[in-house]
Design a protein around this ligand. Sequence first.
Ligand SMILES: *Cc1c(COP(=O)(O)O)cnc(C)c1O
Length: 381
Amino acid sequence: MVITGERKLCMVPGPVEFDEKVLAAMATPSVSHMSPEFASVFGETIDIVRKLILAEKAQPFIVPGSSSLGWDMMVNLVEEGDEVLVLTTGYFGAHLSQCLEIYGAKVTQLTADIGYLPSNDKIKECVSETAYKLITVTHVDTSTGVLFDIQSLTEMVKSISPETLIVVDGVCSVGVEEIKFDQWNLDVMVTGSQKGLGTPPGLSIVIASQKALKVAQNRKTPIRSYYSNWTKWLPVMQAYEARQAAYFATPAVQLIYALHTSLIKILSQPLEERFKKHRDVAVEFRKDLKEWGLESVPKSESYSTHSMSALWLPEGIQVEDIIASLANKGVQIAGGVLKGYSSKYIRIGHMGISVMEDSRQHVVKVKEALYNSLKELGHHF
Ligand SMILES: *Cc1c(COP(=O)(O)O)cnc(C)c1O
């Protein structure tokens, strides 16, 4: 057992800090995954996932695995030689592109400069020239903190190419940024448990539109995966949603209890309030840090996420030193992950209970520690 008194506050952009009730749910004594008790909890969890991103008609898949398993599930949609456009605003877009290539996609990557979005005109040009089977977009790229306007993008893409599927990596946005899955006409949302959903790592959550399911059903070649195969998981998800157990591979029972606990809490207040609180905290946080001389990686606040901040370090301050200095003060933050720039910036998560519950003082603590560490390292304010 970890001694909680010496535990550091975890302010990296996922895993986030977990509510005590969620942690307690991880200690749920063993229960059969085929029992009516578990079927009822899993079924309700699937229902709530739908409510969270307003996806009444779409199909959630909740499967043991990290969020990256959601990328792998695109094996259901991609066939050899399929044209795919990947919109890249950082590390995660580039790596999703690798994943799709492994499954035979012919990927065109539109990569934005660091801290920018790809130009709308360029996207339009690409979509007009090629009939892409799917377009992938990282809602929030956790390597840069750039937030994509997925509503406008989808509207634009579908007005030119209505058959193109929109696949969104929402690993660092679901639960923090507003998403209206059905209304915005999205096709796939990929997320996971440990960021905006405030649950320990280990669950892949994918929501697929009926259109995406149909594309998978009508493909010409077999789905080249066993574990990621939607044909295997669909009856299981449908059964649990009907409060009946079914088996393909053992669900992560305790993680489902934890997710259920976290989602019930999240949905116990209006989602708009949750989104607004995350916006307010993020804007205020960056405003203060900017005054100290820390510039955001995203070039404009208008497309900066509210789930985390990526901040360039002032000249002369080393990333290892600032991370170690904060760790000494009991706070964990993350360094950069962009190739060639990883030592030049830091990343701080502000999601979930750390944002929603002022009394925990998490954001105050990280700010205080950051201020003192900068001072100790010789930064002039
Ligand atoms: C964290 C993250 C991932 C990967 O999630 P894992 O749980 O580590 O597999 C993918 N995309 C984005 C945008 C992320 O933030």
